[in-house]
Write a protein that binds this ligand. Structure first.
Ligand code: FAD
Ligand code: NAD
Length: 476
């Protein structure tokens, strides 16, 4: 078996691994990246990009269906061409994969196609789909093997009827009645998308809120919007049982509420698990949790010196931009810097309206016993939102009452996923709420609501009625 040595070897070419490989090569390291599938990982092939391609058509369709609201009349039947929509999606996926391949070429990153498995620390066997295996040794290794969808044990596995997002982003036809198990990020994005395409959607979420990991006010606002569009949501409810009946054409489900419902298809969106079981971590001495996540230090290093783990596989944050940001910091550390990863990571949910957040939620801040003040501003009060007829949503800011520091920003509304960038930069720079309020925001924009809610948190808002100040009696 041939053996080749590299300064840095990256396992996995998702947004974590491919960015790490480019960074390593940019810093002058001789770099290899091992990938068993298509370049781009979950994000490009089964996640962020295909789902957003489908969502963009869904959102346009939703707007056209509601065009009268804007005084626009659309003649004839309003419809969509699923085949064209999926062709566009597949085309951009090919383009972006090609883009990564040329970036690798440009920076002389060696791409090894095949499955990587540790033989021992610093030594990995790469087994391609066809052809002979080869061995790679490296001074430093970056594990970027990502995650895969969770399935519920005991449920039917027919991927045409009981699907995960891996199948759903590549559906060639749409169901009439869809059950989505899980009201998290995938569940909400697909519910919004599928309803616009005319599918009757039911979401079942076992916790009391949609998007339960975000500030609870966001999930509550999205629930009201979903209900208004006819999306059925069962909260605090579990799907107890699923069976495929009627010769494989109908899925019968039993809910914990006692309801028995039938659907044409089910999307299981109950979270993802790390893709580390086949890496041979034991052979390298790399420790993992019971669920397979690889714990890392603040420098993203595993328990084995010189072995780093980034992105979904380390369980810190399952987002593409987190994986890429980890990749850069892990490489810098591998090549001699001592840089902890401290940057705040924004979340962006591509429902319409969009949802976005960064920093502590109100619930987290209260659990930590922090003295907080909350600022809120309804987006519908903004001239831009009124003019553009997108009045739904709000911005909510969390302020540390004693230090005045910005702790978190949470928003739902048009362009929220773009507006959150400003709040993220301010949080990263440890801005105070006065800093946010004193920043000049372009008019008319939706981002003005960030300034307005900061002013509200300081009790200084000009575009809201004066707050009633309740003074606590001190010392009787
Ligand atoms: P991955 O992208 O999972 O890449 C890991 C790569 O490693 C894979 O290509 C895999 O084939 C390879 N690999 C694994 N084991 C081996 C091995 N032994 N040998 C060789 N190769 C191996 N995040 C966002 O930030 N924004 C979004 O809008 C968004 N939308 C999403 C929508 C959906 C439907 C899904 C499922 C996810 C979405 N995500 C989104 C999450 C995002 O896709 C992940 O957080 C991100 O892809 C994680 O990057 P990663 O590099 O850690 O792992
Ligand atoms: P998630 O953790 O966001 O949501 C899963 C939901 O399923 C949770 O709310 C959970 O309470 C619920 N659930 C679990 N078991 C259940 C059951 N038996 N019955 C009913 N509800 C149940 O996970 P996801 O939506 O699968 O997404 C996976 C990952 O992909 C997330 O970490 C997310 O960050 C990432 N992602 C990100 C984006 C984005 O950034 N826009 C989009 C899609 C996915």
């Amino acid at each position: 078996m041939s053996t080749e040595h590299f300064d840095i070897c990256v396992i996995g070419a998702g947004p974590g691994g491919y960015v790490a490989a480019l960074k390593a090569a940019q810093m002058g390291a001789r770099t290899a990246v091992i990938e068993q599938g298509n370049l781009g990982g979950t994000c490009l092939n089964f996640g962020c990009i295909p789902s957003k391609a489908l969502l963009s058509s869904a959102e346009l369709l939703h707007s056209v269906q509601n065009a009268r609201k804007w005084g626009v009349t659309v003649g004839g039947e309003i419809g969509f061409d699923w085949s064209e929509i999926t062709q566009h999606k597949n085309k951009i996926l090919r383009q972006l994969r090609g883009g990564i391949a040329s970036l690798f070429k440009g920076r002389k990153v060696t791409h090894l196609a095949g499955r990587g498995r540790f033989e021992r620390a610093g030594r990995i066997v790469v087994t391609p789909g066809e052809g002979a295996p080869q061995t790679v040794t490296a001074d430093k290794v970056i594990i970027a093997s990502g995650s895969v969808p969770m399935r519920i044990p005991g449920w039917p596995t027919d991927p045409a009827m009981v699907c995960t997002s891996d199948e759903a982003v590549h559906w060639t036809s749409l169901p009439q009645r869809l059950l989505i198990v899980g009201g998290g990020v995938i569940g909400c994005e697909f519910a919004c998308m599928m309803q616009a395409f005319g599918v009757a959607v039911t979401v079942v979420e076992m916790l009391p809120n949609l998007l339960p990991t975000l500030d609870h006010d966001l999930g509550a606002a999205l629930l009201a919007i979903f209900k208004g569009r006819g999306i059925t949501c069962h909260l605090e409810t579990k799907v107890e049982q699923i069976e495929v009946v009627s010769g494989g054409t109908v899925v019968r489900t039993q809910l914990s509420s006692g309801a028995a419902l039938e659907f044409d298809r089910v999307l299981v969106a109950t979270g993802r698990r790390p893709n580390t079981a086949e890496l041979g971590l034991d052979a390298a001495g790399v420790q993992a949790t019971r669920h397979g996540f690889v714990p890392v230090t603040d420098h993203l290093e595993t328990n084995v010196a010189g072995h780093y783990c980034i992105g979904d596989a380390n369980g810190r944050c399952m987002l593409a931009h987190a994986a890429s940001a980890h990749g850069v910091v892990a490489v810098e550390n591998a090549l001699g810097h001592a840089k902890p990863f401290t940057a705040p990571i924004p979340s962006a949910v591509y429902t319409f309206p969009e949802v976005a957040a960064v920093g502590l939620t109100e619930q987290e801040a209260r659990e930590q016993g922090l003295p907080i003040a909350i600022g809120r501003f309804p987006i519908g009060h903004l001239g831009k939102a009124m003019a553009a007829r997108h009045p739904d949503g709000f911005v909510k800011m969390i302020r540390h009452r004693e230090t005045d520091q910005l702790l978190g920003a949470h928003m739902i509304g048009q362009n929220a996923t773009e507006c959150i960038a400003a709040a993220t930069a301010l949080l990263h720079k440890k801005a105070s709420l006065h800093d946010v309020a004193e920043t000049v925001w372009a008019h008319p924009t939706i981002s003005e609501a960030i300034k307005e809610s900061a002013e509200d948190a300081l009790n200084m808002g000009l575009h809201l009625p004066p707050r009633k100040v309740i003074r606590a009696a001190v010392g009787g």
